[in-house]
Design a protein around this ligand. Structure first.
Ligand SMILES: O=C(NCc1ccc(CNCc2ncc[nH]2)cc1)c1csc2nc[nH]c(=O)c12
Length: 246
């Protein structure tokens, strides 16, 4: 998969995705990341990329023309058709479902705004979708773009080893994760639950599912809203909640 990032600070996205799973996916060529700076396509010796907003009020707006030229160069750089995503507070909220869809595309262009954002005419003419990462205020779209890169990189074939892909499955079914433990078995902070050391894999899977259900119920009931729990899950949840009462 190829991702082109258009940003006044393209190295910010490069550095955020140069380590760990995403760094390895890039090293293995599972994901190619290219940075582009609209300043390289701006006019004049100040290479202006932004200017005051019409209608007055605070803040600057990123100009159409440098972005238009830059995006033309991006399209030119590879024959694969592009899907242009504008990271913006006005976008649809990113979720794992959309991540899976984006990860299946051959090519993504991630457009990052700064200041108050991008001239709306560029958005209307060139952007296929706007995405937000949540209802809080960032200084620009770069960290949001890095999150898109990270989340789609993990889904590229070969990016995660077996363990990692199992990890994917647990979150993929829309529940929070169960608690995790490692050495030592006994510590001043507590002991590892015996079931995890029982070697009884059915009991371990049951315990983990129950923990995930109880935690989701307690911390993110909204995740359970949109779904019917199976009879087995309902029983596990009831039993798990009853155990808390005792
Ligand atoms: O570029 C991004 N943010 C920069 C930014 C922040 C604030 C404003 C000013 N908005 C004025 C306003 N808002 C509502 C009413 N009036 C404009 C641009 C961004 C990309 S994805 C994302 N996801 C979550 N949060 C984000 O900030 C982002």
């Amino acid at each position: 998969m190829r991702i082109d990032v258009v940003s006044l600070f393209p190295e910010e996205v490069d550095r955020c995705t140069a380590f760990g799973v995403t760094g390895r996916a890039r090293e293995r060529g599972l994901l190619q990341l290219h940075g582009w700076n609209p300043r390289d396509y701006a006019d004049g010796n100040y290479r202006k990329t932004d200017d005051r907003t019409f209608g007055g009020g605070p803040g600057m707006v990123m100009l159409v023309e440098p972005l238009r030229r830059c995006l033309a160069a991006v399209r030119e750089a590879d024959p694969a058709p592009v899907h242009v995503v504008y990271l913006s507070p006005q976008g649809r909220r990113l979720d794992q479902k959309r991540v899976r869809e984006l990860a299946a595309m051959p090519r993504l262009v991630l457009l990052c705004g700064r200041y108050e954002g991008v001239d709306e005419r560029l958005v209307q003419a060139e952007v296929d979708e706007e995405l937000s990462i949540g209802d809080y205020v960032l200084s620009g779209g770069e960290l949001a773009a890095a999150i898109v890169v990270d989340t789609v990189a993990r889904l590229q074939d070969g990016a995660l080893n077996d363990a990692g892909s199992a990890e994917q499955d647990s979150f993929e079914d829309g529940l929070l994760d169960c608690p995790h433990y490692s050495h030592p078995v006994e510590h001043a902070y507590g002991v590892v639950p015996a079931v995890l050391r029982s070697g009884n894999h059915a009991a371990i899977a049951r315990w983990r599912r129950q923990q995930a259900l109880v935690r989701t119920w307690q911390r993110r009931p909204d995740l359970l809203e949109g779904r019917e729990l199976s009879k087995a899950d309902r029983k596990l949840l009831q039993e798990g909640l009853a155990a808390l009462e005792r």
